[in-house]
Design a binder for this molecule. Structure first.
Ligand SMILES: *Cc1c(COP(=O)(O)O)cnc(C)c1O
Length: 487
């Protein structure tokens, strides 16, 4: 304990005294008195610590005290700024979970706003005034979209049913719990995978109360392996889409049709966790070998689960499509209530499905991004590179590949172009950090000690904003670089 505190401490005014200063009075009027006083206290405490560590001379401390009004305002503004903010995704990963997956269509956004503003007929039949169920707003629509994208035509899947829950993970859990609790679920050893974000098939299965019955090997599983594993205790055959990984070489697994036939012969439902919800044919944009949601449903398996915010390009949700009796068992599970989605998700999902039904799916940003030609992206990169030419940076337009992401096969990438930036002074890591600190933040990729901006995931109308932000980052990074490199 020090007997004689630093005399500089006496230069620090009291909170009450500071709050009477004109600039702080204005702040209290603009924001709340409590908020301003709180941040003032924190700022003063920081100054006290700095004095204690001998970081201040009399004049430097006086300057800090004079500036307290500005400092407090900055702190208050930072506190009040929403933590969840829009960013510019220049990574070229179209469905990036960390960046919120699929951007929504303008129609979906309008529908969300309409429904959010007031009341809606979420669970009311407006013809009868009776209670209805929320899936009614999308159920037929989902089936009609799937039908109209299959060989069967719009009415092709009207003998099925559909239900919506929070996400695909919830859909899988609910399906397993509703249909197989206490019984066995047959899964190939090649599909006991982790899909990402802690979603591990064996764990979900165990938590659902079902017993895992592994068959086959990591690389090869035959239909006879499934057949041999069936007992009186078998409740479900589970097939999992191979998201995030690929098994190549000496491999084998039965087709969905073979599994369906086995299921029909033995009266055991076959459930595929399809994942992506892909409806449109992506082979035209070089995404091949991707089994679509439509194909999976058309294969005739009993139940299919997918995400709403992956290749479907809609809001976060999980969609189950299957035989009405299975969907009914799932709906009557008390946990269904715990995993239901809100009116906003239905508003967005309905708008998204309508885009497919009217063949205007190019209004869905994720689909539009996938269909943008590399040449168009190259031209935009060239224009952007030009507008950076007088700055402290080398900007080169290079070939790259965009990634579909969101659980599409790992090889799912599209030819694209990117703007590769190298700053004259600072490292790519410092430049990347600086890009993330902009408003809006810009998220880019690191590529061979350069910053790579793939414009496929940047809406073209944001090009002028992005250009201005890059100019700003490049200029200010030069100034602040020495400080940042030191720390
Ligand atoms: C992405 C994915 C999931 C998880 O979907 P969420 O909607 O994120 O819960 C489950 N299964 C497969 C096959 C997936 O690709």
């Amino acid at each position: 304990m020090r007997e004689h505190p630093d005399p500089l401490f006496r230069k620090l005014p009291q909170v009450g005294e500071l709050l009477q200063r004109p600039e702080l009075l204005i702040l209290q009027e603009t924001y709340s008195r409590a908020l301003v006083a709180d941040h003032l206290r924190i700022a003063l405490e920081e100054l006290r610590v700095q004095v204690k560590h001998g970081r201040h001379s009399e004049s430097s401390l006086e300057a800090e005290v004079r500036n307290l009004g500005t400092a407090v305002e900055r702190r208050v503004q930072q506190t009040l700024r929403p933590s969840l903010r829009p960013v510019i995704n220049a990574t070229g990963v179209i469905l990036q979970t960390n960046l919120g997956r699929a951007p929504l269509s303008e129609t979906a956004i309008t529908q969300i706003a309409e429904v959010a503003r007031g009341y809606c007929n979420l669970e009311m039949d407006l013809d009868t005034g009776e209670r209805s169920y929320r899936d009614i707003h999308v159920e037929q629509l989902i089936l009609d979209v799937l039908g109209s994208h299959s060989n069967l035509g719009p009415s092709g899947f009207r003998d099925k049913a559909a239900a919506v829950v929070n996400n695909c993970a919830a859909a899988c859990f609910l399906a397993l719990n509703s249909l197989a609790e206490g019984g066995e679920v047959i899964v190939s050893r090649g599909e006991l995978v982790e899909i990402g974000g802690g979603f591990r098939v064996p764990d979900i299965l165990r938590k659902s109360g079902a017993i895992l019955r592994e068959v086959g090997t990591t690389n090869r599983t035959r239909i006879s392996d499934y057949e041999a594993a069936i007992t009186t205790n078998t409740r479900l055959i589970l097939r999992v889409h191979r998201s995030n990984f690929r098994i190549e070489g000496f491999t084998e697994r039965p087709s969905l049709q073979e599994l369906r036939d086995l299921g029909e012969r033995t009266s055991i439902p076959v459930f595929e966790d399809q994942g992506t919800g892909c409806i449109v044919d992506l082979s035209g944009v070089e995404i091949t070998g991707e089994s679509s949601w439509v194909q999976t449903v058309a294969s005739g398996v009993s139940l299919v689960a997918c995400s709403g915010d992956k290749l479907l390009g809609g809001p976060q949700c999980g969609i189950l499509v299957g035989s009405p009796s299975l969907i009914q068992r799932i709906r009557s599970n008390p946990l269904f209530r715990a995993m239901r989605v809100d009116k906003l998700a239905y508003a967005a999902l309905q708008a998204t499905m309508l885009a497919y039904l009217t063949q205007t799916e190019d209004t869905l940003p994720a689909i539009a991004m996938m269909r943008t030609s590399p040449e168009e992206i190259r031209q935009r990169c060239i224009a952007m590179a030009r507008s950076l030419s007088s700055f402290d940076v080398t900007a080169e337009v290079i070939e790259t590949r965009s990634i579909a992401g969101g659980g599409t096969t790992p090889g799912a990438s599209l030819p694209s172009f990117g703007l590769a930036l190298r700053h004259a002074v600072v490292s790519d890591a410092v430049l990347a950090a600086r890009l993330r600190s902009l408003d809006p933040p810009v998220v880019a990729r690191s590529h061979q000690a350069r910053i790579l901006l793939d414009l496929r995931t940047v809406p073209p109308e944001q090009d002028p904003t992005l250009t201005r932000l890059l100019q700003q980052a490049i200029t200010s990074v030069g100034r602040s670089s020495e400080l940042q490199e030191q720390s």
